[in-house]
Design a protein around this ligand. Structure first.
Ligand code: NAD
Ligand code: NAD
Lengths: 208, 208
């Protein structure tokens, strides 16, 4: 089993490899990739070793090729139709974040239950729909991923509607546990855990 | 070295333990904690084993005591004065998220460079200040953590101002690498990596 931390680092290597291509570096060493990604070259080599041989010893990695190989490992060479439910502050920040589409996630629908928001047009021509339309829209558009950015007390009902429509993956930002059938892949995002991890690292630094 | 994934799971155990106390469960098993946290009991026991012995074999864990012990491991039994720079959609969502304060992060200042936002009062009585005031305010209030939610091109300058004021830790949401001195603890947050991880897990499930 490959550590989740490795998967998340691979994701950040994609962004670095894109920047390296923009800055005209067709071939790079793990040292250079490490410099761009703020990760040690040894960690990069270790992460890649889970998936086979990459690059040529003594020469380095082909930047464009490595990016394509990592995208294939992560399953990003497909298109993942995605929807956001709960178009509040967090939902809106995610809807406007253009990096998602570079990784193959195309946000094709958005839902909310506030009458004043329903019918609003967002960037990219998406029109906010009422939550009563979740099931049909998910089915009709073959949406595979749902992102929940509603208040905690609404999250379970929204998850049920997304699952009923045929969603396969859920990213939940609401601070509550949602129950989904076994075949659905569910991940909970916690920015609080990012802060806690930062506090832990700062406390460790003080001790040394 | 303790895996970062373990630290982030410990963080989520705190929220579960708080809910268990609200629902009047003074003593719990790792099975029950696992049910609440959507983590296997074996993973919980493994995570805790990095830090010593917890609970009583055959009896279980004291819910309140375990929460306090985990908070101490993560360094959350202190108060961490925090500031947010860039009060846009993401910044505002973080400023309004009450769970941070339960983990000891008290947001005591917010900064932006848009004239129309400066002077606005936010929840909790925080008044948005101009970025020119970052260094003095961080120093005067002993702010230890900075959260960067500005556009990417502003992130480095903001990081420099926070470091000059005496910040010790930085949480960067802008999709760019910022350089900070060795003694500063920097973590980059990528919600894209959460989606990539979800896509990877969904692709793996299809293969099995
Ligand atoms: N995971 C984290 O670390 C983190 C950080 C910040 C916020 N949050 C959480 O993310 C969620 C969104 O935060 P926010 O600041 O954007 O809040 P917000 O209030 O700005 O947005 C919530 C949106 O959900 C909509 N909504 C309410 N009930 C709904 C329902 N039944 N169905 C569909 N939509 C509904 C509201 O109309 C609103 O547009 C909250 O649950 C918050 O606790 C999590
Ligand atoms: N890490 C992720 O996965 C992720 C997800 C969504 C957004 N983002 C990033 O988070 C950041 C914020 O996103 P958003 O949707 O809230 O954007 P936004 O445009 O709504 O907010 C940006 C805020 O920064 C302020 N600002 C601009 N220049 C500044 C400067 N020099 N100093 C101080 N403040 C300045 C603006 O006035 C605005 O209030 C962006 O960099 C975006 O790319 C990251």
């Amino acid at each position: 089993k490959i550590p989740e931390a490795t998967i998340k680092r691979l994701s950040t290597y994609i962004n670095c490899l894109e920047r390296l291509q923009v800055e005209k570096h067709p071939v790079i060493s793990s040292e250079m990739l490490g410099e761009y990604c703020q990760v040690s070259p040894a960690q990069i080599r270790k992460d890649l070793s889970y998936f086979g041989e990459f690059g040529v010893r003594g020469v380095g990695y082909d930047t464009k090729k490595l990016e394509a190989e990592i995208k294939e490992i992560l399953g990003l060479n497909y298109n993942w139709p995605t929807t956001v439910v709960g178009v509040g502050k967090l939902g809106l920040a995610l809807l406007n974040f253009t990096l998602f589409s570079q990784h193959g996630f195309s946000i094709t629908a958005a839902f909310d239950n506030e009458p004043g928001k329903i019918g609003t047009e967002l960037a990219g021509g998406i029109i906010i729909q009422p939550t009563s339309a979740i099931e049909d829209t998910v089915r009709d558009r073959g949406i595979l991923i749902g992102v929940i950015t509603t208040p905690a007390d609404a999250a379970q009902k929204v998850a049920d509607q997304l699952v009923a429509g045929g969603i396969q993956g859920l990213l939940n930002f609401a601070p509550t546990k949602v129950k989904v059938p076994e075949e659905i892949t569910l991940r909970n995002v916690s920015i609080t855990s990012e802060l806690d991890n930062l506090a832990y690292l700062m406390t460790q630094k003080k001790k040394t």
